[in-house]
Design a protein around this ligand. Structure first.
Ligand code: SAH
Length: 253
């Protein structure tokens, strides 16, 4: 974690750094070692191409997935797998979601009526985990509220996200089953953990024109992705593909 992350370099609109006229920059060594970061960036671009080939169409989502360094959220022992389409352990029996699931959920969120005019104003994420999806969401929404019930992971996410300096990500420690009323109403709510049903609090905190995307247990306990839109006429629900998320639990630990 020694080097300064390049993300969100393209978001920093400050002046480009200029070499001091009095002290010329040292010349790079002729045989510059290929840095591990550079390798990751090639792997990340390959991941983006796979996501696109797998059906992710949103240019904004593909750009965000191509920007956030997933390798920075993965324990060093597993970092070689950072850009494979797999979920990986992040401690405390939890996992970072697969890239294609993160991309798919983000794309569904951008389908919210409120997102059609531009970036959704406020997004609530339930289940911060290591903070990866919160970082992706920070590029797609104006404000991201992300809540985690395990203190150890809440703190890990804080540490993981610190070098990215994302002023629009608000990490909260608490039971996300109650949502986060202070930030409501939300243009979008995304859950990274699946329960038996969608808690009423989430529906109450969804803005008109807003969309909720969550894994919910169906018949036989098999989870499926559910999309709920709050329209002027009420709630409209769609049941999508089967998914495998960690369980939504109540209380904090
Ligand atoms: N979005 C995460 C995925 C984390 S896995 C990432 O990018 O890594 C899902 C997380 O949901 C776990 O960390 C789990 O502790 C958390 N979780 C489960 N039930 C919760 C609840 N009621 N409130 C908040 N977080 C919860």
């Amino acid at each position: 974690m020694g080097t300064r992350p390049s993300f969100p370099a393209r978001l920093n609109n400050g002046p480009a750094p200029v070499a001091s006229p009095t002290r010329p920059r040292p010349k790079p060594p002729v045989t510059a070692p290929v840095s591990a970061r550079a390798d990751f960036s090639a792997m990340r671009q390959r991941m983006v191409r796979r996501l696109a080939a797998g059906g992710v169409q949103s240019a904004a989502v593909l750009a965000a997935m191509g920007t956030v360094e997933r390798d920075r959220f993965i324990d060093s022992a597993l970092v070689a797998q950072a850009y494979e389409d797999t979920s990986l352990p992040i401690g405390l029996n939890q996992t970072i979601s697969k890239p294609n699931v993160v991309a798919r959920m983000c794309e569904l969120l951008l389908g919210a009526e409120l997102a059609r005019e531009g970036k959704p104003a406020r997004v609530l994420e339930i289940g911060t985990g290591c903070g990866y999806q919160a970082a992706v969401l920070s590029l797609l929404a104006r404000e991201v509220y992300s809540i985690e019930r395990l203190r150890g992971l809440h703190e890990k996410a804080r540490e993981n996200l610190r070098p990215f300096r994302l002023p629009n990500v608000h990490l909260l420690f608490g039971d996300g089953m109650a949502g986060y009323a202070k930030g409501a109403p939300y243009a979008a709510i995304i859950a990274a953990a699946g329960g038996e049903a969608v808690p009423q609090a989430w529906l109450d905190q969804l803005a008109v024109g807003g969309r909720l995307v969550a894994p919910v247990a169906g018949q036989g306990g098999q989870q499926a992705l559910v999309v709920i839109d709050r329209t002027g006429q009420g709630l409209r629900q769609q049941l999508l593909e089967a998914v495998h998320f960690v369980p939504l639990k109540s209380g904090v630990a």
